[in-house]
Unconditional design. Structure first.
Length: 158
């Protein structure tokens, strides 16, 4: 499950951090209460700046043009198949790392999203604690998977 570090060229570096040195993040979830809650968590992190939010695939495609370093994404945005959402986001912003948010603690789903290009997988019930860690890891080019899922993925590899 090792992931090689992605080197960021100087031309890409402005997408990684804002002028104040914080990691630029877009938050995408179709539930406003979830976005609001996660935004509060991320706003309390000095190293992270939420630059935009999206509630559906159309708004996601618009705001991802802001070139965030990390997209925190629930890929099941209003009726769009999960992997399609993930693939479209990755195509639209190939230099943006994607951390998937999920209510489903299915290791097969986690593996599918990682195989489709996600850098991280965070369970929503652990997002308050884990999402900031996952975002910092993703911005550094490192993979992060919620421990509850990672343990099950490791067990499946044996």
């Amino acid at each position: 499950m090792a992931r090689s570090l992605r080197l960021v060229s100087e031309s890409d570096r402005d997408g990684v951090h804002s002028e104040n040195g914080r990691i630029r993040v877009v938050l995408a979830d179709d539930h406003s209460a979830v976005r609001r809650s996660l935004r509060q968590v991320l706003d309390s992190e000095e190293s992270i700046e939420v630059i935009a939010e999206a509630h559906d695939l159309d708004s996601l495609m618009r705001v991802i043009a802001a070139r965030p370093a990390v997209l925190a994404l629930d890929p099941s945005l209003l009726g769009t198949p999960r992997l399609e959402t993930l693939q479209r986001a990755h195509t639209q912003a190939p230099n943006t790392e994607i951390v998937v948010l999920s209510m489903t603690d299915d290791p097969n789903l986690a593996q599918q999203t990682l195989d489709a290009g996600a850098t991280g997988f965070v369970l929503k019930d652990m997002a308050a604690e884990e999402l900031p860690i996952a975002i910092r890891s993703a911005a550094a080019g490192e993979r992060y998977v919620s421990p509850r899922i990672a343990d099950r993925l490791s067990a499946a590899d044996r």
